[in-house]
Design a binder for this molecule. Structure first.
Ligand SMILES: [Zn+2]
Length: 93
């Protein structure tokens, strides 16, 4: 049998994705009118993550290097822009 994935891909992380999930509760706190259903949360995060440059690291997180390229404020701003799109065209029932 062919082993398709012989590498330990679990060690490969997109730091900017982790950062976006860490910032998301702050976004929720400041946008109380946001529909926090599963569909809206995933859509906002998908749009946000698609507009952020990836920042992959294979071992220890180099958070300061990631922050030098994309600030927390920029991630928050992209989340707000994603929210406007989702709010105008929600996919929830
Ligand atoms: Zn919703």
């Amino acid at each position: 049998m062919i082993q398709i994935n012989p590498y330990d891909i679990e060690l490969l992380k997109n730091i900017n994705e982790n950062r976006a999930w860490e910032i998301f509760p702050v976004f929720l706190e400041h946008n109380q009118d946001f529909c926090a259903c599963r569909s809206c949360i995933l859509d906002v995060m998908a749009i946000t993550l698609n507009t952020l440059p990836p920042c992959y690291h294979s071992e220890e997180h180099n958070l300061s290097a990631a922050r030098n390229k994309v600030t927390d404020e920029e991630i928050y701003r992209k989340m707000k822009e994603a929210y406007k799109i989702v709010k105008s065209r929600p996919r929830h029932d």
